[in-house]
Design a protein around this ligand. Structure first.
Ligand code: TRP
Length: 350
């Protein structure tokens, strides 16, 4: 079977993208895009998947299709190099899903660690789980295999989804002969990027926890969020020795600071290790490290915000990109669906 390098990934459009998305997946996408050498690169706005826990809230999801797409363009994902598509506009995906349902058991779905974790948080289900939600990993397998995607850049919470996809691919191929390709996940490099901690320092950055710095935040919002971050609660006076572990500002510096930032803003320190050593020793105030982090994040986000504002002026052009990408993707999904059904022997009229 042809072994093309086809990258596919996506997001649920339920809110603006934040720094957690940026370090967990967006940065990697930009690197992959710039490195090139792939045959296709798809980025999907998984609106149908978003509905699995927002059912009845179509308008919210719809609005966020545009918002997330604006974020994509703002960070520099390039429609000339990436095919952007809207999941619900590729109806073939639901047909893939229907056949794959036969290759998964209820208990296997209930064991999916990400589903388990999400169910704990979804109090709106009142213990009464919609099948659409429980089976979204199957639909995600369709998202991947409909395009023969081989490389899936995601955050680590998505690993169970990719594992599920690989199992379905193997079962399908066992039953019907080599048809589908097993996808591989690729994760961010830096461990702290897997689940960027929120500004509250308590849990993963997430809209529902209200602990996010959004890519579209204004400078004063960023500043206010950085300055209200937790550091070390025992580090009260400047001269007190401080802890860097579990200190949100340092966690962020681990992720976002570079030697160039030190040259630019804190030339008295060579690097983060020196800054940490000073903090641990005592004599370094929280104000200074917060100012430093704020400068770094302002530099990172300013060009993104500016580009976003440009694209915001012309939503029609943004939808045109989505329409073109979706049309192209749909052709591919259709071709692969026919192949899938033919291999299954579901072809009556030819
Ligand atoms: N589940 C992913 C998320 O919550 C979004 C998604 C949908 C996706 N389909 C996908 C990711 C296919 C990778 C591949 O972010």
């Amino acid at each position: 079977m042809e072994n093309k390098k086809i990258i596919l990934t996506g997001d649920r459009p339920t809110g603006h993208l934040h720094l957690g998305h940026f370090v967990g997946s967006i940065k990697r996408r930009i690197e992959l895009q710039n490195k090139g050498g792939y045959d296709e690169f798809y980025v999907m706005l998984a609106d149908a998947q978003a509905l699995t826990d927002n059912f009845g809230n179509v308008q919210k999801v719809k609005d966020n299709v545009l918002q997330v797409m604006l974020d994509y363009l703002a960070v520099g994902l390039d429609p000339n190099k990436i095919t952007f598509l809207i999941q619900s506009e590729v109806s073939e995906l639901t047909e893939f899903t229907f056949y794959y349902m036969n290759l998964v058991t209820l208990s296997r779905l209930e064991r999916n660690p990400t589903i388990k974790e999400e169910l704990k948080q979804k109090t709106q289900f009142n213990e009464s789980i919609p099948m659409g939600f429980l089976t979204y990993p199957v639909s995600q397998t369709a998202d991947i295999t409909a395009f023969n995607a081989t490389i899936i850049p995601v955050g680590d919470d998505q690993l169970p989804m990719i594992e599920q996809a690989r199992e379905i691919v193997r079962s399908f191929n066992n039953l019907y002969g080599e048809t589908l390709v097993e996808p591989k996940a690729i994760l961010p490099e830096n461990e702290n990027c897997f689940r960027l901690i929120g500004t509250d320092g308590k849990a993963k950055m997430s809209k529902s926890l209200n602990n996010c710095i959004y890519l579209s935040d204004e400078p004063d919002e960023i500043k206010q969020k950085v300055f209200s971050m937790y550091t070390d609660p025992d580090h009260i006076h400047l001269e007190d020795p401080g802890k860097v572990e579990g200190n949100t500002v340092f966690t962020y510096l681990d992720v976002f600071s570079s030697p160039e930032d030190f040259e630019k803003y804190l030339p008295e320190y060579k690097n983060l290790d020196e800054l940490k050593a000073h903090y641990i020793r005592g004599g370094l105030g929280d104000m200074k490290i917060k100012k430093f982090l704020n400068n770094i994040l302002q530099d990172l986000l300013a060009p993104i915000r500016e580009r976003r504002k440009e694209f915001e002026k012309n939503p029609d052009a943004v939808f045109e990109i989505l329409k073109k990408g979706t049309q192209k993707a749909r052709k591919v999904a259709y071709k692969n669906l026919i192949k899938l059904k033919t291999n299954m022997g579901i072809n009556y009229f030819n």
